[in-house]
Design a protein around this ligand. Structure first.
Ligand code: SF4
Length: 301
């Protein structure tokens, strides 16, 4: 068995596969760009905070609060003192404060979607304060209009709202994940659902496939559907059929990446994501090699 090596500061150095245990976002970084994983988890660089992260987290928190009410009460507005604006503000303020404390980066430095494109609205603090409550409310409206979908329950009757997984072995590494919702329809079909409040549409099904794999490992239930709910439009949920083979492929890809990381191989994947989703572009030599167009978008020139 490999023993952890001592680092210069005396701490035991963990293998990347051990670090993957910490969260699903670590695995997500790893799948999107192994170099991003190295920057965040190995080198422990500070990521430049983004308004969309604080806003998106607050939207998630409000919808979670709503869904827990919705299990027993028809409308959160019936709860004394509730307002969408007040609920969002409470979560958003807390998220901003915690992020500032954690990173030490002033809010004036935070990244905002659309900031480098004059034709679009800059999605800064004011944007999220104005729009965040409605994004959360859109989920509630969809729930009310789609009673054929209800929250799935675990065998111990825990409602699958922000359902936590803490797996020993997912493709060779431990994995901790939180699934926004697992829902079931009248036909008995099970779906894993991720709520998206950001402006960019998800381009990969990886996240949903990982969640489906978690459900199978933990509960022996393989969801046949996965969906990204667009909190901005709120009028549609994009359901994709999750192919059995694709879930298995995802686990195999995780396994391959883990082998590469433990061997110290971090392949960078420079591209569009450097500008829009990565807070490590200022530290990354691969990002320096982007074309001028993408370097401008990433705020590097
Ligand atoms: S800037 Fe791009 S290539 Fe560099 S770590 Fe981030 S996503 Fe990867």
């Amino acid at each position: 068995m490999d023993m952890p090596q001592a680092t210069s500061n005396g701490e035991a150095e963990q293998k990347p596969s051990a670090l993957l245990r910490t969260s699903h976002s670590a695995l997500s970084d790893f799948l999107s760009c192994p170099e991003k994983f190295r920057q965040s988890r190995i080198l422990k660089r500070k990521e430049t905070p983004a308004w969309w992260s604080a806003g998106g987290t607050a939207v998630h928190s409000v919808t979670e609060e709503f869904d827990r009410w919705y299990l027993t009460a028809p409308s959160p507005e019936a709860v004394e003192g509730f307002s969408w604006e007040g609920s969002f503000k409470g979560f958003f303020d807390r998220q901003v404060e915690e992020t500032q404390e954690k990173t030490g980066v002033a809010t004036s430095e935070w990244r905002a979607a659309g900031a480098s494109n004059a034709r679009r609205v800059t999605e800064d603090e004011a944007f999220w304060r104005a729009n965040g409550p409605q994004y959360a409310k859109n989920w509630a409206l969809w729930r009310a209009q789609n009673p054929q979908w209800s929250i799935w329950g675990t065998p111990s009757r825990e409602p699958a709202i922000e359902l936590e997984f803490n797996l020993e072995d997912f493709g060779g590494a431990g994995l901790r994940a939180y699934v926004d919702r697992v829902m079931v329809n009248e036909a008995g079909e099970v779906a894993v659902i991720d709520l998206k409040a950001g402006s960019s549409a998800p381009d990969l099904l990886d996240q949903l496939l990982i969640y489906a794999g978690c459900m199978e490992i933990e509960y022996g239930v393989r969801p046949t559907l996965g969906a990204f709910f667009n909190c901005r439009k709120g009028d549609k949920v994009y359901l994709e059929r999750l192919d059995v083979e694709h879930v298995t492929d995802t686990m195999e890809r995780v396994s391959t990446f883990i082998t590469q990381a433990d061997a110290g191989e971090y392949l960078a994947r420079p591209g569009e994501q450097c500008a829009f989703r990565c807070g490590y572009a200022a530290h990354c030599s691969s990002a320096q090699r982007l074309t001028s167009f993408w370097r401008k978008k990433a705020g590097l020139e």
